[in-house]
Design a protein around this ligand. Structure first.
Ligand code: B12
Ligand code: SF4
Length: 517
């Protein structure tokens, strides 16, 4: 039986400016399918190869798939739907499957607007795709579909969601097949080397109100650090990977495991540089361990500092303080680790003054990198519910951290974009002239100059923040900026189904003193 996995061709000029990134989901699903005996697999990355619809059709015509799977985060949902529509036109008998965070929560809307999608996989896909493949292979599909947990489909004009599947409890049972990817395509510009995105932990114990990831993964789980390092060695030796970021939301919350991971990297002399996203509070807790993290190769830490005002941090349920943000940045820099501060801007009460404050903070705290993400109201996040009457745009294609979705009361969206660009220009101009060239002579300096190169490249190509597409050429062009919102797009309510997270359980029981190890 032949299974085809495809990544949709969606671009928005945000994090992707650092290079071409391998879609880890395809490797994790391919690994699970292969372990279950389904080894006739192919993956097509229409994003990295920037394939047109006609090119996709041509590739599809040369295939004879029985199942065609595709992934959607919120901004890529329409591209993902369209990809499966093309797949349906070319292969009317193949089963079309969609997975990923947007489909997981918005399956009702998706199945309504894209009737060519046969089935949506809700949550982690490894076990569910295997159950589905077995049903298709044995001929039990679609008759047996009510028995497969974690899916949604249409039946007699209604949307049916089966009972939620359990999360993958034993992450060590996962055996991703990285060989399914076209490795020569994935390059990280700052280091001019191949990049991978292995996954060590899934989930997050926190409940930030703007975020949907803690809901998606439900429980916090961790792999055996030694096995993760085995995988990293394979990525290095078999695929020539020279840099990795952990796909995890919160790799450091379990200090014991994270230290074991670092020690394993050091004792095996793995010799790769790597990066993580994590929380300010973990950096403060681990002050004394930062030199160890650096010795293990950790070069880039992206911190969810989020805001310049405590009120905003509290509104985000971030459980951090402004002073903690400042201190964490100083500690990381002191340990020789490149630190990136992330700010969320563009809520309804954003003003010129608050945007200026975030710039001043970024200047005073002196992170090496800073980014200003536009607040994006994932329709299944808690903050969305509080803000629902302020959200006028439901064109999910623009829900991408770079487009202002909410219009602040004190300015229009083009002005907001312009102010954010003003912050970027000032921040990176100073860094380029006064900081990066003098940042020592080792890995940190090389890394920072590489980041600058990635910024300049995307700015030159007008890809950064999608500026070319929206027609922004600097403050003088503000009046002509057009975000091309599709006003006909509407939000259907988030589909309702039993979906318990560890956080629901935590509400009922007292929190454990220590995170699980
Ligand atoms: C690495 C990463 C990137 C990389 C690489 C993306 C890529 N090529 O795959 C880069 C830097 C390019 C990137 C860019 C963007 N990203 Co990003 N990214 C991530 C990150 C950190 C890890 C993703 C990952 O690989 N996870 C590990 C894999 C195993 O998990 P997974 O993809 O969810 O797959 C599992 C399930 O979802 C399911 N599944 C997924 N697909 C399918 C398909 C089928 C058929 C089935 C059965 C199951 C299934 O099964 C998989 C295994 O369990 C996540 C946050 C996170 N920790 O997940 C954000 C995240 C996915 N990104 C996000 C966003 C918004 C973006 C950008 C729009 C930002 C921007 N403007 O730059 C762009 C969009 C680019 C694009 N076209 O996808 C958001 C999406 C939120 C949402 N609600 O939609 C996230 C969740 C970050 C966040 N904090 O909110 N990103
Ligand atoms: S700490 Fe990060 S991953 Fe966890 S809920 Fe907050 S923003 Fe989301």
């Amino acid at each position: 039986m032949r299974i085809l996995l495809m990544h949709p061709n969606y671009h928005s000029g945000g994090a992707e400016i650092a290079g071409n990134w391998p879609p880890a989901w395809a490797a994790y699903l391919a690994g699970a399918l292969k372990s279950a005996g389904f080894d006739d697999l192919r993956f097509i990355d229409t994003m990295t190869n920037n394939l047109s619809e006609e090119q996709v059709r041509e590739i599809l015509r040369a295939e004879k798939p029985d199942i065609i799977g595709d992934k959607a985060i919120t901004p890529s949902i329409y591209k993902a739907e369209r990809l499966l529509e093309i797949a349906r036109e070319e292969h009317p008998n193949a089963v079309t499957v969609l997975g990923g965070v947007h489909a997981t929560f918005m399956y009702g809307q998706v199945l309504g607007e894209a009737p060519w999608i046969d089935v949506i996989v809700r949550g982690e896909g490894e076990q569910i795709i295997v159950d589905l493949a077995r049903a298709v292979e044995s001929g039990a599909w679609p008759g047996s579909r009510h028995e497969i947990r974690g899916i949604a489909f249409r039946e007699a004009g209604k949307v049916v969601a089966t009972e939620a599947a359990p999360t993958v409890k034993d992450l060590d049972s996962l055996d991703p097949d990285w060989g399914i990817l076209e490795w020569d395509k994935y390059r990280y510009i700052p280091l001019n080397t191949r990049v991978a995105i292995p996954n060590m932990a899934r989930g997050c114990p926190f409940t930030c109100s703007f975020c949907s990831q803690w809901k998606f993964w439900r429980d916090y789980r961790y792999r055996d650090p030694a096995k993760v390092v085995d995988e990293i060695e394979r990525l290095r030796d078999q695929y020539n990977v020279g840099f990795f970021i952990l796909a995890d939301e919160e790799p450091t919350i379990n200090r014991k495991k994270f230290v074991a991971f670092c020690e394993e990297l050091i004792s095996r002399d793995v010799g790769l540089l790597w990066g993580i996203n994590t929380r300010v509070t973990d950096i403060l807790r681990d002050e004394a361990l930062l030199p160890l993290y650096r010795r293990a190769g950790l070069i880039h830490v992206s911190l969810g500092t989020e805001a310049a005002a405590q009120m905003k941090l509290d509104r985000f349920h971030k459980e951090t303080t402004i002073e903690q943000n400042r201190k964490a940045i100083a500690l990381l820099r002191g340990a020789g680790i490149v630190v990136e501060a992330q700010f969320i801007v563009g809520l309804e009460n954003e003003t010129r003054e608050t945007l200026e404050e975030t710039y001043q903070m970024a200047r005073d705290w002196a992170p090496d990198l800073a980014n200003w993400s536009m607040y994006t109201p994932w329709p299944f996040s808690d903050l969305f519910r509080d803000l629902a009457d302020k959200v006028e745009v439901f064109d999910y294609d623009k829900y991408n951290f770079v487009t202002p979705i909410i219009r602040p009361e004190a300015m229009d969206r083009a002005e907001l974009l312009d102010r954010v660009m003003h912050n970027y220009r000032r921040f990176y101009m100073r860094k380029a002239l006064l900081s990066y060239p003098w940042a020592g002579s080792g890995a940190r300096r090389r890394y920072l100059l590489g980041c600058l190169k990635a910024f300049l490249k995307s700015g030159f190509e007008r890809k950064f923040y999608d500026l070319g597409r929206v027609g922004y050429w600097g403050p003088q062009s503000k009046r002509r900026v057009d975000f091309h919102f599709d006003k006909d797009r509407r939000r259907a309510a988030e589909a309702k189904v039993e979906w318990r997270t560890m956080h629901d359980r935590k509400k009922r029981a007292p929190a454990p003193a220590e995170p699980p190890s």
